[in-house]
Design a protein around this ligand. Structure first.
Ligand code: ZN
Length: 504
């Protein structure tokens, strides 16, 4: 028994506590009767506290210290070396935040989110404002404890995108904005070139669910090791690669649930594809939130909103909904599910405008954390940027600054991961295509196994073994770069909207 065995055992126990908590949260969002809420809050608090206490205890530090001399003898890309590196990173980070701070913040988070839940539908920013101000203050304090060189935002970003700096993200986002804003204007000038009215009809929920499940199973979502249920907000969670669960919702009984299911199946297949050697270790996770998002976006957009995919899948869909889609063909459907329209709500945004919603949040978050923007001036700043980026102005704060749950929970530094995921998704897809030149033809025939196998080998199997930038470089031969994504957007939407020479 070498020194690493003890560390592995210790971390596996902590991982079990996290898994049990995740299962309770899944249950809370899906099947728990409302009466369970009070007891459930205690159960979750207890499990989280136990896991946190065990992980930040001196024992973790001494087990790490005992094992770390092994590093010089381990291959740098071995599981053991990665385990030591990543555990050291988590441990140092967790120990920098004082226990009282973590507890105080946890309490404030639940309060703030509760207030947000009623203030948003009531369009009552003044009631939410002091809670949001507190969340910003916690973020600033956290950045102070964690430390940073250039910008306090670096310290926050690092939790979601290890070793990615504010400067890296700003450079990426500036380039995206430079191309996207004029593209949105050019598309807007084409008027209503795409008819999507048939998407707004009411589709029976049970049949939408059936279609969604059958499609994601064909992608490779393994229902012997996963399941799909219904919740108010779609999500994916897992307790090891043998049990990965996703949820969808059926808003306005539209076909939107199909794309929600495609998205969550991308997250789930990432988790199902983790290497068995990573079981019950902290490496059984995604490389970063952005890399996780790249997998969901790849299946949702690069496969699920592509023309070849609907050439394959549309006949089956029309058969399921003859009254709704009888007079529609695959090409009309493809164009409809890719309609571009500047809108107020991020989660409803199309592929072209989506990133502008993220860039707006990124800029506002930096200003809040740096102390350049006061929370009381936030609604005005929000609305000004919406007008500047998207040409729309929210009629109220419910459809503006209060729309996302993230800030109410103090998740500041998280939003950039969504756009990083979009950008990386195209890099991964193109790398898979280079390895399998027949990939697009496969999709047209409803064959997804070569794509999934490539993702398994180059992304999924590695779990959290590599830093996101190293994983991307190994898998695609390139660091994170906006150009493939921008080329994809210009080609796809230039063609749909007849923008002439869109591929430039
Ligand atoms: Zn996602």
């Amino acid at each position: 028994m070498n020194d690493l065995t003890k560390l592995r055992e210790h971390l596996a126990t902590i991982g079990d506590l996290h898994s049990a908590a995740a299962l309770l949260r899944w249950d809370q969002e899906t099947y728990m009767p409302p009466g369970g809420a009070g007891t459930r809050a205690h159960q979750l608090a207890t499990l989280s506290r136990l896991a946190h206490e065990r992980f930040t205890a001196p024992l973790t530090g001494s087990l790490l210290e005992e094992a770390e001399p092994l590093l010089s003898r381990l291959a740098p890309d071995s599981d053991d070396a990665a385990l030591l590196r990543e555990t050291r990173r988590d441990f140092d980070r967790a120990r920098k935040l004082p226990a009282e701070f973590v507890e105080e913040r946890a309490r404030a988070r639940s309060e703030s989110t509760e207030v947000w839940r009623t203030a948003r539908p009531a369009n009552d920013f003044p009631t939410f404002r002091p809670h949001l101000a507190r969340m910003v203050e916690f973020a600033r304090r956290a950045a102070g404890y964690l430390g940073y060189t250039h910008h306090p935002y670096d310290a926050l970003l690092d939790e979601y995108e290890p070793e990615t700096t504010t400067r890296d993200v700003a450079a990426l986002f500036d380039r995206l904005r430079e191309v996207t804003v004029p593209l949105v204007r050019a598309i807007g000038a084409r008027g209503e070139a795409v008819d999507a009215r048939f998407l707004d009809r009411e589709y029976p929920e049970e049949q939408v669910r059936g279609c969604a499940l059958s499609i994601i199973r064909s992608f490779g979502f393994d229902t012997a090791r996963g399941r799909m249920d219904t919740s108010a907000h779609p999500f994916s969670t897992g307790f090891g690669r043998g049990d990965v669960r996703i949820t969808t919702r059926y808003p306005r009984r539209s076909l939107g649930a199909l794309f929600g299911a495609f998205h969550e199946s991308g997250h789930a297949m990432y988790s199902q594809g983790s290497a068995p050697s990573l079981d019950r270790t902290p490496l059984d996770a995604g490389a970063s939130y952005g890399i996780h998002e790249s997998q969901s976006r790849l299946w949702e957009n690069l496969v699920g909103r592509s023309r070849p995919f609907w050439q394959y899948a549309f006949p089956g869909l029309r058969q399921a909904f003859p009254a709704h889609l009888g007079s529609v063909d695959a090409e009309m459907f493809y164009r409809a599910v890719n309609r571009v329209r500047p809108s107020l709500i991020r989660v409803d945004a199309d592929e072209v405008t989506y990133n502008l919603h993220i860039i707006l949040r990124f800029e506002l978050e930096q200003a809040l954390v740096a102390g350049d923007l006061d929370v009381k001036d936030l609604p005005e700043a929000w609305n000004a940027k919406m007008a500047e980026f998207l040409g729309v102005t929210p009629p109220d704060d419910a459809n503006g600054v209060m729309q996302d749950i993230h800030w109410s929970y103090g998740l500041i530094g998280y939003f950039p991961s969504y756009t990083i995921g979009n950008v990386a998704s195209v890099q991964f897809f193109e790398a898979a295509q280079r390895a399998h030149p027949g990939l697009v033809e496969d999709i047209r025939l409803g064959r997804f196994s070569a794509l999934l196998r490539w993702l398994r080998d180059h992304v999924h199997a590695h779990g959290r073994k590599y830093l996101p930038k190293d994983l991307l470089l190994r898998a695609t031969g390139s660091p994170l770069t906006p150009e493939p994504y921008l080329r994809y957007l210009r080609q796809k939407f230039g063609e749909i909207y007849g923008l002439g020479g869109g591929g430039a």
